[in-house]
Design a binder for this molecule. Sequence first.
Ligand code: C2E
Ligand code: SIN
Ligand code: SIN
Ligand code: FE
Ligand code: FE
Length: 413
Amino acid sequence: MGFQHSQYSRYPRNEIAAIMKRIEQFNHLQDIDAILDQILEEARSLSNADAGSIFIVEDDRLRFGYVHNDTLFKKNEANEEIYVDFSVPIDDQSIVGYVALTGKTIVIEDAYNLPSGSPFTFNSEYDLKAGYKTRSILAVPLYTFHGRMVGVMQLINAKDEKGQVIQFLKKIQDLIPLLANNAAVAIDRGIMNREMILRMVKMAELRDPTETGAHVQRVGAYSAEIYQQWAIRHGIDTQEKNREKDLIRLAAMLHDVGKVGIPDNILKKPEKLTEREFDTMKMHTVYGCRLFMNQKSSLDKMSMQIALNHHEKWNGEGYPGKIEDLMRPNVRPGPPKKKEEIPLIARIVSLADVFDALISMRVYKDPWTDKQAFESIEAGAGSHFDPEIVEIFFQILPVIQAIRLKYRESKMF
Ligand code: C2E
Ligand code: SIN
Ligand code: SIN
Ligand code: FE
Ligand code: FE
């Protein structure tokens, strides 16, 4: 890209290089949530901002997409705030709304003392609810390569070396839009990836109406959050952790695509399956696996592991077990697979999927109460589930609940 000349020549070379390095990071990431997380991380580190959030344009509103806040949220702790579900209109009643309305970058020294005659107002609702004090703000529009506005990034409370809140420096005011413009391309790709996977899920959903976009996004999000805590406990380095978390979210969404291969009279049977029917049903794991088997991307590899192993149980009583030739036409379940023989990611998705199936409506059963579902998960520790995964699940329960609220039925995101 032509950063060396024309409009960018006023930037010092080494700073452009640093920005390009940051932008490169975005290109390894696949899912919208991971991309938003990374963009905020880079923008905040560049500007030394205490907090920040990203809003995504959705129809005529801005939907809240992601938030960071060093003061309110502890690093490395599971955080339910990122799953809060709300949107604001694109108008002058909020700063992000005004940025989306006009496409202008807004710099504010003190949110509570806006210069008289400001064309926008500061909405202090969030501060009041969260117990936070916003002062300096830098809000920039996020455009795609083709000039379509996809969202707004708002950075809050720049700090000096002593940790005192200051205004955003002139240099930062120039650099952040440069980062933002390139981030927008990644955001676009992230949304496209999510939509593409949801379209694939929709195909399976035509067959099995319980595998909805909302169900799979919940399973994806529970899995990503459980994995993150597992990775922290096991000292996985940050870069690997972020990459894996990103992949798991998408791959977990595809855990049941193999149900496309199951006949309707079994899939949609409103009562208990016979033993023979359940044997057929079990093959959705192998069918799903086959969809990804010959592909080489990390996402395909992980999707394959999850589709194949998400019904294995810690004690070896799950299915399909160890199978030598997965392509054999009349493939049958094999010898038991147990404990660490089951890939970690599949042990995680297994719990996430069962929990969500229990609390959801199914053709063959009513939703369970939370209490029943929690008791069942707890009782499964060490038999159905990896006990450590169960422990982590209960440790991050507030996040699990926030995910349920965010991805209710009949919402695309
Ligand atoms: P699913 O409905 O998405 O359920 C996923 C997993 O959640 C199940 O895997 C099971 O481990 C757990 N689960 C769901 N509902 C219940 C329940 O009422 N009680 C208990 N104890 N566990 C539950 P599983 O059993 O391997 O089933 C895999 C898939 O097979 C299910 O996916 C569903 O599509 C189908 N299926 C299972 N049992 C029946 C049934 O009795 N009738 C019909 N029509 N389909 C069934
Ligand atoms: C969006 O695309 O609406 C924001 C991303 C998300 O909800 O995860
Ligand atoms: C891993 O897959 O990263 C860990 C191995 C395991 O515990 O299964
Ligand atoms: Fe399944
Ligand atoms: Fe499922």
